[in-house]
Design a protein around this ligand. Structure first.
Ligand code: FES
Length: 117
């Protein structure tokens, strides 16, 4: 089911908005590139709101001493112990197959942002 969450202009690039939809905490994020994502707003470790954390990027490397900064603004970091989640997939960076956050479809129509639960 589709739920309106805000007007498009209320969620600028690099911003997050937290809300509850049918009592489910959800964080809606507009990436720096302008894409929209939505995740369950609960850290699977100890339960704080991920929206109280920060958006950042991460580093990859092909060999020791190499640092490639990637996914700028697409990594949501928990405010308590800094577990990191990819906003595209909800997967954690440290154990993507076993530790993840539920994601939801987001659409924009007629100047409004909708989350689909
Ligand atoms: S509560 Fe989120 S990383 Fe520990």
């Amino acid at each position: 089911m589709k739920h309106p969450v805000c007007m498009e202009e209320e969620l600028q690039s690099g911003e997050m908005k937290s809300l509850k939809i049918d009592r489910i905490p959800v964080v809606v994020i507009r990436s720096k590139e302008g894409e929209l994502f939505a995740l369950r707003d609960v850290c699977p470790h100890k339960g704080p709101a991920l929206s109280d954390g920060s958006l950042d990027g991460t580093c990859t490397a092909n060999e020791p001493g190499e640092y490639n900064f990637v996914k700028d603004g697409e990594i949501l970091k928990c405010p308590w112990h800094s577990w990191e989640f990819d906003i595209r997939t909800g997967c954690s960076l440290f154990d993507p197959h076993n530790v993840r956050v539920k994601t939801y479809e987001v659409t924009e129509e007629d100047g409004k942002v909708f989350v689909h639960l």
